[in-house]
Ligand binder design. Structure first.
Ligand code: PLP
Length: 395
């Protein structure tokens, strides 16, 4: 008999699996090139050439026994952590040291490590809808309670009044994700400053520590010169979770890091807790080869022009069909208003045209659908006549 807590999780994940299987089924019937699968955030851009070179060089140059062994510290290789800290300091004018960096198994691993480190049962974690649905599962892993701030469907910036009202003495953390999955919105500097001021005030009022967790897998994926504020500079009690899954197209390799600055509350204890959490969650340490690779590729970037072309083409194409959507400044998602109230009906209708999209309710924002445009350009171009046919049912 599986655990009670897992029953819901299994039920929810079968919905995602069902979509995946549906994609495969449709591909078998119609041919993969005639299925327009916008459901997954799996980059279709190859990792930069420097990654391949780094793999080969490391295998040639490093002592294989040490390379494939456990790391001395569960937080990662000291030289890799130092290199990451220096790169951040150079880019953002911060003052991190190697000890402030914990290498993680992607952003997902990092979020689990930090939540494991800070949550007592019943502690609250606030997230702004729409948000990455896994935040609920990760919070639940440690018996925390996810508290949702409703979406501002005008511009998808956080609703700060509601946020303020939802902070309680039990609030332990707030997760922000900018550039955002699923909207592609970048939170403005003005928004971040106001959010930080509210948190400072509430920490004083309740005499508590409220950690701001900045979940940043899409930091490098921005368009039209959009700036993504570095949150440790606005609020001392910030922990950053970064990932190379999208920035270097390495999602399967499972590599990222947490930044726990000296300014964060109980920073030393928190660093020690994150080290132990990495071990006892069963990660033990982030993959060693991957740590070495990213340390050699800190200045490398994915081909942002590839995503930008997809963004422009899909956004324009959908707008011409009559669909409504705000133009994303980052990540690789479009969050489109469903032309019917129940967006699941719209997703089912889209499937009749071999278009696979994800209902907004998976991101706590019903009435919208998410399209991941990290697909081939051909998929985008070939999908547009299908979207046109689909649109005729509504407009
Ligand atoms: N956070 C957000 C907002 C994401 O969209 C994702 C993956 O899509 C993750 C975290 C997990 O990323 P990773 O592959 O680094 O674990």
């Amino acid at each position: 008999m599986i655990a009670e807590k897992m029953k819901n999780m299994v039920a929810n994940s079968s919905a995602i699996r069902a979509m995946f299987e549906e994609g495969n089924r449709l591909a078998k019937i119609h041919g993969a090139e005639n299925v327009y699968d916008f459901s997954l955030g799996n980059p279709n851009v190859a990792a930069p050439e420097a990654v391949r070179k780094a793999v080969l060089d490391i295998l040639e140059e490093e002592d294989p026994v040490a390379l494939h062994g456990y790391t001395n510290s569960n937080s990662g290789y000291a030289d890799v952590r130092q290199a990451v800290a220096e790169s951040l300091n150079e880019r953002f004018g911060t003052c991190f040291e190697g000890k402030n960096i914990i290498m993680t198994v992607g952003a997902a691993g990092g979020l689990n490590v930090i939540l494991k480190s800070i949550l007592n049962p019943g502690d609250e974690v606030i997230a702004f809808a729409p948000y990455f649905g896994e935040y609920r599962s990760y919070t639940n892993n440690y018996d925390g309670v996810l508290v949702e701030v409703s979406p501002d469907t005008e511009n998808f910036q956080p609703k700060l009044k509601e946020f303020e009202a939802k902070i309680t003495p039990k609030t332990k953390a707030v997760i922000v994700n900018t550039p955002n999955n699923p909207t592609g919105v970048v939170y403005s500097e003005g928004t971040i400053k106001k959010l930080a001021a509210i948190l400072e005030e509430k920490q004083r009022e309740y005499k508590t520590d409220i950690y701001l967790i900045s979940d940043e897998p899409y930091r490098e994926l921005v368009y039209d010169g959009a700036e993504v504020p570095y949150l440790t500079k606005y609020y001392a009690n910030t922990v950053v979770g970064y990932s190379y899954s999208k920035s270097l197209s390495l999602p399967g390799e499972r590599i990222g890091y947490l930044v726990i600055p000296d300014e964060a509350s109980d920073s030393e204890e928190l660093l020690a807790a994150a080290n132990v959490a990495t071990r006892i969650l069963g990660f033990v340490n982030a993959p060693t080869l991957q740590q070495k690779i990213v340390a050699r590729c800190l200045d490398e970037k994915t081909d942002i022009s590839y995503y930008d072309r997809n963004r422009e083409t899909l956004y324009k194409g959908l707008a011409e069909c009559g669909f409504e959507c705000i133009k994303p400044e980052g990540a690789f998602y479009l969050f489109v208003k469903s032309p019917v109230e129940n967006e699941k009906e719209f997703c089912a209708a889209a499937k009749e045209y071999n278009i696979l999209i994800v209902p907004g309710s998976s991101f706590a924002c019903p009435g919208y659908v998410r399209l991941a445009y990290c697909v081939s350009y051909e998929t985008i171009v070939n999908s547009l006549p299908k979207f046109r046919e689909l649109s005729k049912r509504y407009f």
